[in-house]
Design a protein around this ligand. Structure first.
Ligand SMILES: [Zn+2]
Ligand SMILES: [Zn+2]
Length: 797
């Protein structure tokens, strides 16, 4: 706890009002250390007001770990202050803890806000970006307000933060607002602790702040009295407009105009991947999706994630927005500029009611953020560009969430969540976890916190690596973490692994390799503070196994620092390796061959839509072991089933086949599943139990031939998979006596599977744990890697 001497080193902020009242010498004085998200979110002016209202003297200042407050006055006032501190905290604040102690009264008069602490380590917080608050929205749409229709208004309760900040401390000169000196009116708000814009770093108005303008595909400015209104006209006409947002550009098009959406898909070379749709408000979202209360709550979070929700049949959204699946990624405006797009639509009868707003990039490249970069990279896609001159300094895609098995789940953690930390249940030395390969996110850990980067996309090439390094430099500076250890995946071929090796060598750092599925499960354990051992089910697409094979359907006996493999899906051939991920028919062929079917028979060929010649080549590859790795992946079993049930030969985006299979079963009642069987293994001899899908395939093919509906088959397939893994958990309990089960891996995004697994496990008396603040997919991998490394290092010391 900070003493008086330290506090005396702080200097009062200029121009502050003081109450002038002197408190009796016998007054009580309390020192409070508040931890959580309490910097850059309007917490200090809130406390200032609270102290004035309760007639207390003292001070508040930002501290390395949060804020320090001292209040002095009558006992009742001090107590009321402490109660209201938690109850009435501003919307973006999150109080994790308040440590209070009594200190000697000083007879101080007035309440002060003191400057950021410069003692020891600098205060490290950069808040996350937050959606326009209701107060600002009212001003935006109020013709009498001085910020009427100003596309960049914000206050301490809302606005960009992380994405406009170059370096710490989070202060205007360190942000891209540095080049916009505030006008007198804005400055007065900024200096007034009773104003909603007190120390709102991006504060701006028509007089002094950033501007928008419209540019044609040729790069020439388009003269328009109102660039926003002109953009709307173009969208209504079916054009593609690139719109600069908070974390990058979006490509936008009328979501009700099928031809326009198709043009965007063709130009972006993205044919199947679902596109996110932005609508004006929750009411508009209800019109296109059947929303649950939990989903509506997610939509309205300050982070404004894209929420995957059940789409309404026959709604006005073009089928081409999310072809072949019953869900729609929907979200609400989070920047004033976006609100204006919809505000205008409702003033005209012909306006656009729903906009496709998709990250402006080509396939998995990083999102474009810079005006020139956007013109160069998107010139062939967009018909016009709605630009502005507030620089985006940190690339940040939209976050994606869904309600899975009645709980919110993070699918992509980016804007609105970065750079908020996630807690660790054990102390970690400074370390860097580089993540995996696809959907990369890295993590920096220190003490009891892990800070994950924004979603960086696939780490497959130099562009991806560049974004990785850029973001790493920024977060290392932000949190002043100098890693002593680097943790990476076990896969020697990953670009992230190779980069980690070089980086560790250059800097003389320690290295730890974490097995992919162990990391997934360690992350889930850590989120719940489970020390283990527990039974961990890692249900996933691809992860490099300790035996050099591709794992992904695993039951592990898991501790944070180590694991044993209890059971796994029986290995099947993956003809063509990586190619089998892009072409699910190859996986179908591999699975059916392993299940003993004659894959070259005419009936079989029809099932997975293949020609005899190519199938023969594949069979020969399997039999000779040429370019045919073995896999126990559950994701690949889903791919194979989708290829057979849906005829999905080739996929256009990751996990497409599995998502379509889940979608097919969305309205099916629960039925008994197809059977999986134990094919061998003996835990007593430390040979993992092998779970075979061969009987499942025989039943599935039989029903398909008997003309059972495909939706029903998809439902029974899910039930069979869930039951197979529940059985593995029961066997693991018999062998070890453990009764806690952690669930992780990319397949846990599958709602039906997640629900069936939990229900099945609970029916058997297990205690079940799922991820909360970290993605179960590869976006959460680096958090789990950090857990494995911290636990490994703790064990060594
Ligand atoms: Zn606001
Ligand atoms: Zn101004």
């Amino acid at each position: 706890m900070r003493g008086r001497e330290d506090a005396l080193c702080w200097s009062p902020v200029r121009g502050l009002k003081v109450t002038g009242e002197t408190h009796p010498r016998q007054a009580r004085r309390a020192a409070l250390l508040v931890r959580g998200v309490v910097q850059g979110v309007g917490f200090r002016p809130f406390v200032y007001r609270l102290a004035l209202e309760e007639g207390l003297a003292g001070f508040i200042g930002n501290d390395t770990d949060g804020v320090t407050i001292e209040v002095e006055g009558p006992v009742d006032g001090v107590e009321a202050f402490q109660a209201r501190l938690r109850a009435e905290a501003p919307p973006l604040a999150r109080i994790d803890s308040v440590a209070a102690r009594e200190v000697a009264a000083t007879g101080e008069a007035g309440f002060r806000i003191v400057a950021s602490a410069v003692l020891g380590r600098v205060s490290t917080g950069i808040p996350a970006d937050a959606a326009t608050c209701p107060d600002c929205l009212r001003e935006l749409l109020n013709p009498a307000d001085r910020r009427y229709r100003y596309p960049f208004l914000n206050c301490t309760n809302c606005g960009p933060r992380f994405t406009i900040t170059r370096r710490i401390p989070y202060d205007r000169p360190q942000t891209s607002m540095a080049k916009f000196p505030m006008c007198a009116a804005c400055q007065a708000e900024y200096d007034d602790p009773l104003n909603r814009r007190f120390h709102a770093q991006p504060n701006a108005c028509w007089e002094c702040g950033p501007r928008v303008w419209l540019v044609g595909a040729d790069g020439e400015a388009i003269a328009a009295a109102d660039a926003v209104a002109a953009s709307i006209d173009r969208l209504v006409a079916g054009q593609i407009v690139a719109i600069k947002g908070i974390g990058g550009f979006h490509l936008s098009v009328d979501a009700t105009n099928d031809a326009a959406v198709m043009r965007l898909r063709e130009r972006k070379r993205r044919y199947g991947k679902p596109l996110a749709v932005m609508v004006r408000d929750v009411e508009a979202a209800r019109e296109i999706c059947a929303l649950t209360g939990a989903e509506e709550a997610l939509l309205q979070m300050a982070a404004r994630p894209i929420v995957l929700a059940r789409r309404r049949e026959g709604g006005e959204i073009a089928e081409s927005v999310a072809p072949g699946i019953p869900w729609l990624g929907v979200y609400l405006p989070y920047a004033p500029l976006q609100h204006l797009l919809f505000a205008d639509h409702h003033s005209t009868k012909t306006g656009v009611r729903a906009l496709v707003m998709t990250s402006a990039n080509l396939s998995e490249e990083p999102i474009a953020i810079d005006n020139d970069e956007a013109r160069q990279r998107l010139g062939a896609i967009a018909d016009a560009f709605l630009m502005h001159d507030r620089e985006i300094l940190q690339r940040c895609d939209d976050s994606v969430m869904a309600v899975v098995d009645s709980a919110p789940q993070l699918i992509r953690r980016a804007r609105g969540f970065v750079p908020l930390g996630v807690e660790l249940p054990l102390d970690s030395p400074p370390l860097l976890a580089v993540g995996g390969h696809l959907k990369n996110v890295f993590a920096l850990a220190r003490g009891r916190h892990v800070y994950q980067s924004q979603h960086l996309g696939d780490l497959e090439n130099l562009t991806g690596l560049e974004f990785f390094r850029e973001s790493l430099d920024h977060l290392m500076r932000t949190f002043e973490i100098e890693p002593e250890t680097v943790v990476h995946d076990l896969h020697p071929g990953y670009l992230s692994t190779q980069w980690a090796g070089e980086w560790a060598r250059e800097r003389g750092l320690g290295r730890i390799a974490a097995q992919h599925h162990h990391a997934h499960l360690a992350g889930c354990m850590a989120e719940h503070g489970l020390e283990g051992p527990v039974i961990g089910l890692a249900l996933d697409g691809t992860g490099y196994g300790s035996d050099g094979r591709i794992w992904g359907g695993e039951a592990l006996i898991c501790r944070m620092e180590s694991f044993e493999r209890f059971a796994h899906l029986e290995y099947v051939p993956m003809p063509g390796g990586e190619a089998a991920i892009r072409e699910p028919w190859r996986m179908a062929m591999g699975h059916l061959h392993a299940a003993g079917f004659d894959v070259e028979s005419g009936a079989m060929l029809g099932l997975f839509g293949s020609a005899e010649g190519e199938t023969r080549v594949l069979r020969q590859m399997i039999e000779r072991g040429v370019n045919t790795p073995l896999t126990s992946s559950l994701g690949r079993l889903f791919d194979a089933a989708a290829a057979v049930v849906l005829g999905r030969r080739v996929v256009d985006y990751e996990a497409q086949a599995a998502i379509e299979l889940e979608g097919l079963a969305v309205d099916e009642p629960d039925e008994p599943g197809y059977r999986m069987e134990i094919a061998g293994g003996d835990w007593a001899r430390r040979e993992p139990v092998r779970i075979s899908a061969a009987p499942l395939w025989r039943e599935l093919i039989g029903e398909l031939r008997a003309g059972v509906s495909k939706a029903r088959i998809a439902g029974r397939f899910h039930a069979g998979v869930a039951a197979g893994f529940v059985r593995a958990a029961v066997m693991a309990r018999s062998a070890t006596g453990l009764s806690q089960v952690a669930l992780s891996g990319g397949c846990m995004h599958n709602r039906r599977l997640a629900r069936l697994l939990r229900a099945g496990l609970e029916m058997e008396g297990f205690q079940v744990f799922q991820h909360r603040n970290v993605s179960p997919g590869d976006g959460g991998l680096s958090y789990g890697q950090a857990v494995v490394a911290a636990a490994t290092l703790a064990k060594r010391s």
